[in-house]
Design a protein around this ligand. Sequence first.
Ligand SMILES: NC(=O)c1ccc[n+]([C@@H]2O[C@H](COP(=O)([O-])OP(=O)(O)OC[C@H]3O[C@@H](n4cnc5c(N)ncnc54)[C@H](OP(=O)(O)O)[C@@H]3O)[C@@H](O)[C@H]2O)c1
Length: 381
Amino acid sequence: MSSSTPDSSTPDSSTPDVPATAASRTAAPDDAARQVALVVGAQGVIGRGIVDELLRRGDWDVVGLSRRGGETAPRLRHVAVDLLDPAASRERLAGLTDVTHVFYAAFQDRPTPSELVAPNVAMLRNVLDAIEPVAPGLRHVSLMQGYKVYGAHLGPFTTPAREDEPGHMPPEFNVDQQALLEERRAGAAWTWSAIRPSVVAGYALGNPMNLAMVIAVYASISKELGLPLRFPGTQGAYDTLMEMTDAGLLARAVVWAGTDERCADGAFNIANGDLFRWNRMWPAIAGAFGLEVAPPLPLQLDAVMADKEPVWDAMVERHGLAPNAYADVSSWAFGDAVFSWDYDFFADGSKARRHGFHEHVDTEAMFLEIFADLRRRRVIP
Ligand SMILES: NC(=O)c1ccc[n+]([C@@H]2O[C@H](COP(=O)([O-])OP(=O)(O)OC[C@H]3O[C@@H](n4cnc5c(N)ncnc54)[C@H](OP(=O)(O)O)[C@@H]3O)[C@@H](O)[C@H]2O)c1
């Protein structure tokens, strides 16, 4: 049971660096044998980035899977299905006979760790049950995990967390999903990889874990109400060491690990590569909104922002914003969780580097670019 060994089948961590192309299975853009990716959770803050990255590369055909579906584009089609329904999943995925890679980044939110297990394990199982029998060319299944594997959400955890940290007391759906992959891998022709990002920043609407959106909407409403920007967490959280993962960087890492044989059957921490403290980041964020910074004041955003829908609706009208419902730009409970972490929150990213992934992102620049992107999309003023 992998709950005691979160990275029980990782490759030798002493594997020397090898040029990224040397062992890559990625085909050249004009290769006749195109690769076909099934991106599960294609409308999520992580899945959207994976779809974009695969399309950018030019040598992939992409199938996006979610309940809501999406717009087709060259080399992109969507399947809309509820993965909690096994029969519907088998029926809707039966035609995906050419899938070579599954990139799994779906997520069902539930209030407690134990409630998260059943739906999230069932969705992954239903994908495997539907795809394995029909797609003989399946080569790889990539699983999106997170620092929950290390108990990061429970309290102070060992930092920098390594992929081979000892497990913690279940329930933990990420660990059970990995155990399912390891079990199904036995005797299969495909390999798996598990990617463990920190808090992810990217663009998505209507998702429960979206920190950049939390900050952007909180700052925009602060401005609308004539308030300075106050960090809404504790002083301890303001001062602690933290790291984030850019959704674009994450997508590049996911595709790298999913196509490089050195990464087969292993887990990899992926973060931007710089540590920060909110007490330094907050003034830069305030600057991006033309706001003054005031001292932190711990708030329960989920409660305090609950009555701000009329403010948001008036902002949409007054600033000519895209007509996004307040619920679709609100991940307040997630903000409350992140801004309560008054302990070091980072992992050891050296294993990915040892295996050939060397990219990094400046986290301050990442935030500023995401806010600019949200303005371009008319999500915020
Ligand atoms: N966001 C973060 O900061 C973060 C950080 C570390 C790790 N992670 C992990 O990364 C994974 C993905 O998280 P995320 O934040 O990207 O999730 P997300 O933004 O909520 O996206 C979830 C995706 O799954 C789809 N989905 C949900 N229920 C479904 C169902 N029953 N059938 C089919 N599709 C379904 C959603 O689309 P529909 O709603 O249209 O179905 C959406 O495309 C999770 O395991 C999470 O723990 C996230």
